[in-house]
Design a protein around this ligand. Structure first.
Ligand SMILES: Cc1cc2nc3c(=O)[nH]c(=O)nc-3n(C[C@H](O)[C@H](O)[C@H](O)COP(=O)(O)OP(=O)(O)OC[C@H]3O[C@@H](n4cnc5c(N)ncnc54)[C@H](O)[C@@H]3O)c2cc1C
Length: 326
């Protein structure tokens, strides 16, 4: 048993973006442990996408295909990956922490008598074995988690924890793997996949984002932050409670159930920094936080922090921005 296997995720022939972040994590883990790296793509459209994977630095790409893997099912993916793992014998299997992975990966780990270390934000390698880091209490504490005993390990990686643009290029041979599956193995009947409604605002393309949270207190006060965004030429975004209240449209929500953004700068105003918000914005190059609570978790990811009352700070910033922009 040796090597790292990254299970990439695709849906309907398009990559799920967090898969690349997980591949970057896999490359770093393989380098730190001095072990080979392989990746697997499962399901319909996998063969077409595998070519892209073959141009990344790793030792092998497994293209796992079968007519019963056309639509995702936990039974199908678990059975197919169990067979691939028994054949290729990796030491560690790494997944992106998506809804789909949450559905089948614990079941897959159980097939090997192991647990899934879920939603890891990083790792350290000591004496050749990894310790994963997970966040507790909405990011207030970091916990070190290690698999006990020898044997296969399973871990999933949190969105935004690694950078997709750090995936190293290279070349890797593609290998087809056809699992043995029978229709009876698959008990679920997949229906139409969930489709998000089209968005009028694409925050993912914005260079500069000003985001507002519950610290703004009332809908009427949003205009304060809107003015700052306008003065800076930034897109306006929000934490979930602001969108849940209908104060801004849902398409402006950043976080695990909103958009994942990676602008050059992200200014978080009156946002506490709950983990579900952080996963959507911590890939920003520079983070500025304004919050009256010096212990707010947002300051842990912020490059610049202002501890104070947003109702004093934001109008002053808007004035300065207007002066600078002339
Ligand atoms: C399954 C699930 C999915 C979720 N998805 C998302 C998601 O996609 N995006 C998301 O954002 N959240 C999401 N959440 C909610 C998340 O857990 C938090 O509840 C939310 O992010 C908190 O929003 P907030 O920071 O605006 O509010 P709060 O946590 O209430 O923080 C408000 C902050 O404003 C500060 N403040 C108050 N007054 C002032 C002032 N005058 N000046 C300066 N600072 C002030 C406070 O100190 C506080 O830190 C999700 C939750 C669950 C369970």
């Amino acid at each position: 048993m040796s090597g790292i296997l990254v299970v990439m995720e695709q849906q309907g022939g398009a990559w799920n973006r967090i898969s690349w972040e997980t591949l970057a994590a896999g490359q770093q883990l393989a380098a730190a442990m001095g072990q080979p790296l392989s990746a697997a793509v499962v399901g319909q459209g996998g063969a077409a996408l595998a070519g892209e994977l073959g141009a990344k630095k790793m030792d092998r790409v497994h293209v796992v295909g079968h007519e019963l893997l056309g639509a995702y099912t936990a039974d199908g993916y678990t059975a197919a990956l169990e067979q691939l793992i028994r054949k290729s014998e990796p030491a560690i299997v790494v997944f992106p922490h998506t809804y789909q992975v949450r559905d089948f990966a614990p079941k897959l780990a159980t097939r090997f008598g192991r647990v899934l270390i879920s939603d890891a934000i990083g790792f350290r390698v000591e004496a050749g074995s990894p310790t994963f880091v997970r966040q507790l209490f909405q990011g207030k504490l970091n916990a070190d988690v290690k698999s006990e005993g020898a044997g296969l390990q399973f871990a999933s990686i949190q969105a935004g924890a690694f950078r997709a643009d750090q995936v190293e290029a290279g070349s890797a041979p593609l290998e087809d793997f056809v699992p043995e599956l029978k229709p009876d193995d698959i008990r679920a009947k997949p229906s139409e996949p969930f489709r998000e409604s089209a968005r009028a605002v694409d925050l993912t393309a914005a260079d500069l984002i000003v985001a507002v949270g519950r610290g703004i207190k009332e809908k009427e006060n949003i205009s304060l932050v809107e003015e700052l965004a306008k003065a800076l030429g930034a897109e306006l975004a929000a934490s979930r409670p602001i969108c849940d209240n209908g104060w801004l449209p849902m398409e402006r929500q950043v976080g695990s159930s909103g958009q994942t953004v990676s602008p050059k700068a992200y200014i978080a105003i009156g946002i506490s920094g709950a983990i579900q918000h952080l996963v959507g914005m911590k890939g920003a190059k520079t983070i500025v936080a304004i919050n009256k609570d010096a212990n707010a978790p947002i300051f842990e990811v912020a490059d610049y922090g202002i501890v104070g009352d947003l109702f004093e700070i934001v109008p002053a910033l808007t004035e300065e921005a207007k002066k600078v922009k002339g």
